[in-house]
Design a binder for this molecule. Structure first.
Ligand SMILES: [Zn+2]
Length: 59
């Protein structure tokens, strides 16, 4: 099986953007009564939005 995930990760790596939050450093939870468009820090990149931080958090 071939997954496109690798290609996408490479693209994010080139831009140095966190794949989880797409470089924004935050996540939005929409559709909840308590967290309507309330941003929280991306834990994968520690809110930096950087691919390098995301990569570090994996190890
Ligand atoms: Zn992130």
């Amino acid at each position: 099986m071939f997954f496109n995930k690798g290609k996408r990760l490479q693209a994010m790596e080139k831009k140095n953007k966190c794949p989880d939050c797409k470089g924004r450093g935050i996540h939005y939870f929409v559709g909840s009564d308590f967290f309507v468009a309330s941003p929280i820090n991306c834990t994968s990149c520690n809110g930096t939005g950087l691919f390098t931080e995301w990569s570090n958090s994996l190890g």
